[in-house]
Ligand binder design. Structure first.
Ligand SMILES: NC(=O)c1ccc[n+]([C@@H]2O[C@H](COP(=O)([O-])OP(=O)(O)OC[C@H]3O[C@@H](n4cnc5c(N)ncnc54)[C@H](O)[C@@H]3O)[C@@H](O)[C@H]2O)c1
Length: 294
């Protein structure tokens, strides 16, 4: 297949690496003057990668389009109007948008809005398996099925959302955790470093393997989640009522930024990113060898 990668910044470059690694052709497009140079510098050399500054040409040549332009509705409108006009009927137009609603994105498509959806990856898409597939009001079932199938063939773990929501599902879940983390720092209840230590050495280790619900189920012994909810449900409701509702005031922002700098204490961030990605690759391989994990 030939995939049009529209926008070759952080996410577009990572998708390109994944598509090429699975033997697909990529026609990449981005209006930035140095975009082709940056993209080629980030990837191993490949004769299956072509670049054009002309979005319409990329659309005409595509069997599937993955859009990764700026996260602004008017930018998506301009891109999707061209994709809609020039892509062949039946070619899926997927947006990587982190939070925009697909019904909003498909408004720009007057010809075939039924083949538009959100296919939201997690950064970096060449490593993390999750893709949130979010249909809009006008998206056809056939489009959803094609996108789910396509992402699955790439080794991804797509989930189909039952309803479109700002931020989809996974970013909302992250936002819920960040909300309380920011509130705890705001109140002076914990430092930035302590919160990172707590998650990375506690619940985060289990969440990577089974997710929040199955972990909760397993913590209930033979009674499982029904038992957990019976005896820990009421206190959990009390904690919910007590959770914070922080505001990103300049003071809190300064506290968070300073807390991260303290935690890093001059560490080499490139080395940290490389170590994280290497361990992630090993973890994904170990998960793939283990039955029953989510
Ligand atoms: N960064 C993340 O963690 C992340 C994760 C998942 C999804 N996303 C989503 O992916 C999309 C891209 O995010 P990013 O972080 O790669 O941004 P980025 O700023 O790194 O890249 C955006 C690219 O779009 C290009 N661009 C601008 N106008 C364009 C046009 N008319 N046609 C084609 N390309 C155009 C820019 O030149 C730039 O290279 C956004 O919708 C974002 O919400 C981001």
């Amino acid at each position: 297949m030939r995939i049009a990668v529209v926008g070759t910044g952080v996410i577009g470059a990572s998708w390109t690496a994944l598509f090429l690694a699975h033997g697909h052709e990529v026609v990449a497009t981005d209006p930035a003057p140095d975009a082709e140079e940056r993209l080629r510098a980030a990837l191993p050399e490949s004769d299956r990668l072509t670049f054009t500054a002309d979005l319409a040409e990329a659309a005409r040549r595509a069997d599937f389009a993955q859009e990764n332009g700026p996260e602004r509705p008017e930018a998506k409108d301009a891109i999707f109007a061209v994709l809609d006009e020039h892509a062949r009927p039946g070619v899926v137009l997927a947006s990587s948008s982190s939070g925009l609603l697909p019904s909003r994105i498909q408004q720009a498509c007057t010809r075939h809005p039924d083949r538009v959806l959100v296919g939201h990856p997690f950064n970096p898409p060449h490593l993390l398996p999750l893709v949130e597939v979010v249909p809009g009001a006008l998206t056809s079932e056939e489009t959803v099925g094609s996108a789910m199938d396509f992402y699955t063939t790439l080794g991804k773990r797509p989930i189909r959302l039952r309803r479109e929501l700002p931020g989809h599902v996974a970013n909302r879940l992250q936002a819920a955790l960040w909300r309380e983390a920011y509130s705890l720092v705001d109140q002076g209840a914990a430092t930035v470093a302590d919160i990172d230590t707590a998650i990375a050495n506690g619940p985060g280790l289990r969440w990577a393997l089974l997710g929040p619900f199955l972990n909760q189920h397993l913590s209930g012994g033979p009674g499982g989640i029904a038992h957990v909810l019976e005896h820990l449900g009421p206190p959990m409701e009390d904690w919910w009522a007590d959770l914070g509702d922080p505001r990103l005031t300049p003071e809190l922002t300064r506290k968070i930024v300073a807390g991260v700098a303290d935690e890093l204490a001059g560490a080499d961030e490139a080395a940290l990113t490389a170590a994280r990605d290497e361990l992630l690759t090993g973890l994904l391989a170990a998960k793939a060898r283990t039955q029953g994990l989510t």
